[in-house]
Design a protein. Structure first.
Length: 98
């Protein structure tokens, strides 16, 4: 399993807009064939801090996600709302398998 944790810090005035945009991206992403999980996490301690937990069957499925219309729309919509560039961390998912 191919997992990416995407760390995002959002400008205070765009937090609600960011959440709405992420909801649309989440809903479409979870319908992708290779998607295993797509969670949007919001920090309890830092209002503008989010982590996106993206798990795909394999690297190819994750790469396909980055070509979808919903991902491209999300990326372009939220770009100016970020307080700093988002950072992705890649992981190999060990469990659950598959």
């Amino acid at each position: 399993m191919h997992v990416t944790l995407v760390h995002v810090r959002v400008k205070a005035e765009h937090i609600e807009d960011f959440i709405a945009a992420c909801k649309l991206n989440h809903e479409a992403s979870t319908r992708e064939d290779g998607n295993r999980r797509f969670d949007i996490l919001h920090s309890k301690d830092e209002r503008g801090y989010f982590v996106l937990y993206e798990a795909y069957r394999d690297a190819a499925a994750a790469a396909t996600h980055k070509q979808t219309a919903h991902y491209l729309a999300w990326r372009d919509t939220v770009a100016d709302w970020m307080a700093e560039p988002r950072q992705g961390q890649g992981f190999d998912g060990l469990f659950p398998q598959g």
